[in-house]
Design a protein. Sequence first.
Length: 277
Amino acid sequence: ASVKLTGKEITGTTPETIKRLLPGNYAIELTKTDYRPWQSHIIVQSGLVTEKRNTLLTLQEIKPTLLSDLSISNLVNNADNTKLAVSAGKDILLWDIKNKTAVVGVNSALIRQQVKDRLTVDIANGKLEPLGFGPDNQTLLFQSKSLSNQYYLVLNTASGVIKLVASGRNTISWKWLGDREITWLQNRKLNLFNLTSGKNQILISDIIDYAWVDNNLYIVAKNKTGKIYLTKIDRAGTVLEEVAELPAADGYYLGKVKNNWVVISTLNQISSIWLET
């Protein structure tokens, strides 16, 4: 925040030390864009340091901009915050945040035009929900939930091209591997879909969970001895390294903090944290 002392603005912003003041009572004011100004007094005594700690500025009332008066659900944004994708009725709308404009990104008619599959009609009649943007900020993963099945598709928001990636009700844990590859778990099988070639491959079977960390694939699975290990694999599903043995659980969250692994495991709705030393 900017600082004013007896009405005179001080060079610099908080935290700020103001030197060479004569003893006395000083009016002080802190200001910051979009926040209410804060005012008080400080008493400076000879030979002492006066401190004003933990001052709280509160936001001014900001009037929101109404983007749509439609019933909206399942809102997702891309990483650079330029686009929003929302479910609106039977459509997925794409919002340009800067220009505050919207276009229909996906609807049943566009799916019928783009997706050439024996299940196209069922896909087009499903409820459409956006799931997340890819790292390129343009590719959108979305879902169509019909009465009989669930379908997962990718929309290129620049070209309008829609591709069917997967189907099935046991499809979970979607993760992007860069701009052109996407992975997911289905019936304990790790799948990889290449957006450029349109081909899907099963990398490895009978795994519990997986993660994409530091541009590498890691799985949680039983090894040959029956113990559960965090294991590094390549894109062909070949085991490269057994990193560490893990406690038994039905789900895992995997991450790193300063090169140390953090594993949050879930078993019977109880979470525990395991940290490699």
